[in-house]
Design a protein around this ligand. Structure first.
Ligand code: C5P
Length: 228
């Protein structure tokens, strides 16, 4: 499967979101996270979908299994193609979510250790021993065994996640910067080509497209790089 681009819709209004969708051309993947969803609600997901696009609903569910199952079913009913939950919610939570979306086309992506957490924070604040990389690999494997269809991870974790979960599950990564783009606040980045070569199925890209003087050209360049 060729690596696909997911364009981030981290904006405050439906108008801004639909402007970006229009510029990128319909028929692609767009990520709606807690910023846009909390501002605009489920209607914005429908609006993006109604134009023939697919939605990655990034709300990172983390709650008791029954609640997450109902939330995952709600995401599926809304037509989200991808939906995130936290691997740290445990196997029962993921199993319940998987059961809830079983008859739908919605795929569940597990988020392992947030990249904002360091080894020291994991150990000292959260009581999770070992390195973050070890925890990422362990939680990724466990999440997939419990029913997650894929994993969201940073580019530098692609190889270890792939090794932990095998070839089938989706591996989706943000932290992407084409060679022609600045790094913004992303510390460890990969180019689209590097991420695809490392084993990513989908790359999540925001500012390199949104802040480009010609966003349509930016997405064209990224797609071209992935097709090389
Ligand atoms: O603008 P940029 O390409 O950095 O956007 C990346 C997107 O991926 C944002 O929605 C950001 O919240 C998300 N993300 C990330 N790093 C993570 C997890 C999510 O950049 N570790």
């Amino acid at each position: 499967m060729p690596c696909e681009v997911v364009v981030v819709l981290d904006v405050d209004t439906q108008e801004e979101a639909l402007d970006i969708v229009g510029v990128c051309g319909d028929g692609g993947w767009f990520k709606i996270g807690s910023q846009l969803f909390t501002r605009c609600g489920p209607g914005v997901v429908r609006s993006v979908r109604d134009r023939g696009n697919r939605v990655f609903l990034d709300l990172k569910f983390h709650d008791i299994p029954n609640t997450v199952a109902h939330a995952a079913k709600a995401a599926a009913d809304l037509g989200a193609g991808l939906c995130t939950l936290h691997a740290s919610g445990g196997r029962k939570m993921i199993e319940a979510a998987r059961k809830a979306v079983e008859e739908t086309s919605t795929r569940l992506l597990a988020v392992t250790v947030l990249t904002s957490l360091t080894d020291a924070m994991l150990e000292e604040e959260l009581g999770v021993p070992g390195t973050a990389a070890e925890t990422v690999a362990r939680w990724a494997k466990s999440a997939v065994e419990a029913g997650a269809h894929g994993i969201v991870c940073s580019p530098r974790e692609i190889a270890l996640v792939r090794a932990a979960v095998g070839p089938e599950p989706l591996v989706v990564t943000p932290g992407i910067r084409p060679a022609w783009a600045g790094q913004d606040d992303q510390a460890r980045v990969m180019t689209p080509r590097e991420a695809a070569d490392a084993g990513a199925d989908m790359i999540v890209v925001g500012r390199p497209i949104l802040k480009h003087p010609n966003p349509a050209e930016a997405i064209r360049l990224i797609r071209e790089e992935l097709a090389e």
